[in-house]
Design a protein around this ligand. Sequence first.
Ligand SMILES: *[C@@H]1O[C@H](CO)[C@@H](O)[C@H](O)[C@H]1NC(C)=O
Ligand SMILES: *[C@@H]1O[C@H](CO)[C@@H](O)[C@H](O)[C@H]1NC(C)=O
Ligand SMILES: *[C@@H]1O[C@H](CO)[C@@H](O)[C@H](O)[C@H]1NC(C)=O
Ligand SMILES: *[C@@H]1O[C@H](CO)[C@@H](O)[C@H](O)[C@H]1NC(C)=O
Ligand SMILES: *[C@@H]1O[C@H](CO)[C@@H](O)[C@H](O)[C@H]1NC(C)=O
Ligand SMILES: *[C@@H]1O[C@H](CO)[C@@H](O)[C@H](O)[C@H]1NC(C)=O
Ligand SMILES: *[C@@H]1O[C@H](CO)[C@@H](O)[C@H](O)[C@H]1NC(C)=O
Ligand SMILES: *[C@@H]1O[C@H](CO)[C@@H](O)[C@H](O)[C@H]1NC(C)=O
Ligand SMILES: *[C@@H]1O[C@H](CO)[C@@H](O)[C@H](O)[C@H]1NC(C)=O
Ligand SMILES: *[C@@H]1O[C@H](CO)[C@@H](O)[C@H](O)[C@H]1NC(C)=O
Ligand SMILES: *[C@@H]1O[C@H](CO)[C@@H](O)[C@H](O)[C@H]1NC(C)=O
Ligand SMILES: *[C@@H]1O[C@H](CO)[C@@H](O)[C@H](O)[C@H]1NC(C)=O
Length: 787
Amino acid sequence: MLYKQLFAVASILPLISGAKHQRRANSTSTNATLAAEGILSNGLVDLGDWADAYAQAEAFVAGLTNSEKISIITGGDVASANWTALQFKDGGQGPQGYDWTTGWGESSALGMTWDKAAIGRQFSAVALEFYQKGFQVANAPTSQPLGRTPWGGRLVEALGADPYLNGIAFGLGAKAFSDVGVIPGGKHFLLNEQETNRSASGGMGGGGGGFGGGSPPGAGNMTLAARDTSTTESAPYSSNADDKTIHETYLWTFYDAVKNGLGGVMCAMTKVNGTLSCENADLLNTLLKTELGFPGLVFPDVNGQSSAYGSADAGLDYGSSSYWSNDTLVAGIANGSFSQARLDDMVIRNSIGYFKVNLNNGSQPALAGSSDFVDTMGNHSVIVRENGAASLVLLKNTNNALPLVKPRSMALFGSGAGPVMAGPNYVFSVTGAPSTYDGHLAGGSGSGQTSFPYLYTPNSVLTQRAAADHTMIRWILNNTYAASSSSTFNGLSGGTAISQSVTSYATSAEVCLVFINAFSGEGADRTELKNDEQDALVNSVAAECNNTMVVINTVGARLVDQWIENDNITAVVYGGLLGQESGNSIVDVLYGDVNPSGRLPYTIAKNESDYNVEICYTYNCNFTEGNYIDYRYFDKYNVTPRYEFGYGLSYTEFTYGNLTVNTNTTALSSIYPTGVLTVGGKADLWDEVMTVSLSISNTGSVDGNEVAQLYVAYPDVADQPLRQLRGFEKVLIATGAQEPVTFSLRRRDLSYWDVVAQEWALARGTYTFSVGASSRDLRVFGTATVS
Ligand SMILES: *[C@@H]1O[C@H](CO)[C@@H](O)[C@H](O)[C@H]1NC(C)=O
Ligand SMILES: *[C@@H]1O[C@H](CO)[C@@H](O)[C@H](O)[C@H]1NC(C)=O
Ligand SMILES: *[C@@H]1O[C@H](CO)[C@@H](O)[C@H](O)[C@H]1NC(C)=O
Ligand SMILES: *[C@@H]1O[C@H](CO)[C@@H](O)[C@H](O)[C@H]1NC(C)=O
Ligand SMILES: *[C@@H]1O[C@H](CO)[C@@H](O)[C@H](O)[C@H]1NC(C)=O
Ligand SMILES: *[C@@H]1O[C@H](CO)[C@@H](O)[C@H](O)[C@H]1NC(C)=O
Ligand SMILES: *[C@@H]1O[C@H](CO)[C@@H](O)[C@H](O)[C@H]1NC(C)=O
Ligand SMILES: *[C@@H]1O[C@H](CO)[C@@H](O)[C@H](O)[C@H]1NC(C)=O
Ligand SMILES: *[C@@H]1O[C@H](CO)[C@@H](O)[C@H](O)[C@H]1NC(C)=O
Ligand SMILES: *[C@@H]1O[C@H](CO)[C@@H](O)[C@H](O)[C@H]1NC(C)=O
Ligand SMILES: *[C@@H]1O[C@H](CO)[C@@H](O)[C@H](O)[C@H]1NC(C)=O
Ligand SMILES: *[C@@H]1O[C@H](CO)[C@@H](O)[C@H](O)[C@H]1NC(C)=O
């Protein structure tokens, strides 16, 4: 990196106002001419608040030799220019593998808060830890995998299955990292929706190549039915999606992040349309660098690069010295097969983020070693605890079984309630994870692995609460003990001991709490969305205890139909992987110190077969479902979910009323945006064109946060799902009080991708607005006609 080196603003950027980007007709050729498309110096993008950083980067590059430039783009130092290689680090849950960092909850849990302030607060604190440890680039935030299939093993790292919700959170994350002084390196670009066969090591089909190494997930029967091992093509698989789907579902979230300061993009190790994502000019030059005006660096996921010119021409900016060297790129400039402008562009893109986030101000601490005592934990435990509690979704609460009020007796069941035998960290693994965890699950694996300094388990925190309340508390922290109820616990007899079985413990307790979980991570997809052993435990307890409550910590959709309709199951608290304060967050909600306000960021189906998208086992993974993933599919085909997208209960009640829609007819007059191309796309895509306002009253007996959700139905010509989330606001409303809520709709929120015009279009016709407490609990309605 550069230390305290200041550059004069060397040039005024040549800005071409309103320059129109023409999509290239030929998408297979990559050569120096075509590569010019994504070059910043072509002046197509109005750089706005990146302009100063661009000028600094341009001046920096002007002082370098070509061999120094090669060094920079391959992660080397250039001592003469005071450049030290950028240090990159995973992940969204804090600097991975570092001691004295906070053990943050996973991003998938954060997304369940539906709380913009909470999301910004957490990402800012996470970013500060990267900064203080001396990292310049975070391999975060993680927007995708988005959730095309619920079996996706890596959804634990990402922000939820709805592009709008995911995009808002992704944008808040990009802004937070950038503001703190760390270059956000968002991932994965693009269509990297599954782990199976993601990597070139190993073949396709039965072997299940990639880091997973082992066998592909057994999965449900529908997945096995789709498996085709006859292909001779080699991994990684190719995701093939049409232009409309790419724009409206997957590219959508990157608009938010680029607009909000994304300085790096990690291209995926998989292919798109048969070409490696990191060598795919359609993805990198056309979509990311031109349509979105992305000014930063594109860096590859493992094995993402396979060529010198192919990668450089397509838009990869940072890569391996085994491909990029004097003998390739520099020689190519001499013989005309590569361009000097592109090499310079690569270095500009490698350094622009550094200037943009002010890393050149000389203030950043030096890079710490992973076990150096550099304590970055601050008071972040408060945020972990608050956000953990704010993310918990109350799925069921019969007759106000929760919150608990000084129960006389309580029994805990399941290994998920307490610590694993040796903890809290587990061996780093990108080979996937078992489908459940034999202890309290609060962190992920692979690049989602949490580095815990400590872990509060439910068992330990409930014990403190029981002590304060004079609650008798018993536990069996073993999922299968019921199977051998004739045996006795080691040395347990006398005193207050009772007959040693799940039955007698369940019979004797006023409240029975069962803790279950679902695990997965990088390297392999999920093999099941439910678990027989854990579901049997829940059913055994519920057979004897008429006040059974289930607490779930899961990496993604976890089905509950094996027991949800049992009347003895009075409450279900459902959450993600909450980090070091997990036990505190859970107990805060169980006892009502926090009124639950988490909402589902995906659909919980009744059966595995209710989901429409499975894991691909073929080389070509065709996204034939288009935009119809998660609730968009359930709504279109009238499939009744168990709990719909956006669902979540509270300890109070809310009523909705007084909806009004305001339109700005001037802003709506043009079908297509007319603004200049900026960082984040055409400038006026971000203009507010309508507002929807309403009021919400808290008619219950306790204060609470409501998450008001705006769903929009488009005119038919837009060819959109039945309704789509286009606004959410979490508002704290005191009991008896009423609060106003206003949703701001930007031009892009009402636009569809017009594949013929290759532009975002605002359909003429009537839009319907529905606001409610979930995607299927819509309370107030309005319309507006655009003509
Ligand atoms: C490199 O940075 C150091 C510390 O700021 C400064 O003393 C030195 O002059 C710089 N060297 C060059 C070649 O710019
Ligand atoms: C695309 O360009 C390549 C290389 O210039 C050429 O071989 C190919 O025929 C072109 N394809 C189309 C569809 O024009
Ligand atoms: C680069 O591509 C353009 C357009 O397809 C073509 O006209 C030109 O001959 C190509 N140049 C090289 C060196 O391949
Ligand atoms: C690349 O070429 C330059 C100029 O000839 C030379 O100084 C440099 O050492 C070369 N780099 C490598 C890695 O060989
Ligand atoms: C697969 O199908 C068989 C036979 O219909 C059934 O017994 C089994 O439970 C199914 N497995 C899964 C995972 O759905
Ligand atoms: C992939 O191919 C499809 C079908 O031809 C096309 O609609 C889409 O735009 C292509 N994707 C990219 C990134 O070029
Ligand atoms: C759980 O109980 C089963 C059945 O009694 C036993 O086989 C197993 O070892 C126990 N597991 C642990 C972790 O104690
Ligand atoms: C509910 O619990 C009671 C014991 O309190 C038990 O008698 C009953 O069979 C249970 N009901 C179900 C459906 O399991
Ligand atoms: C459970 O059964 C007991 C004993 O019949 C009763 O006092 C209690 O109210 C029941 N609890 C619930 C939640 O139904
Ligand atoms: C994917 O789509 C292509 C083009 O339509 C088709 O040839 C191929 O068979 C499809 N692959 C699978 C696995 O459905
Ligand atoms: C709607 O507005 C009226 C008048 O201000 C107010 O009395 C009523 O409580 C509002 N409705 C809701 C649900 O907030
Ligand atoms: C309506 O939109 C136009 C064009 O974007 C803008 O100039 C104007 O300020 C907007 N009016 C209001 C009331 O927001």
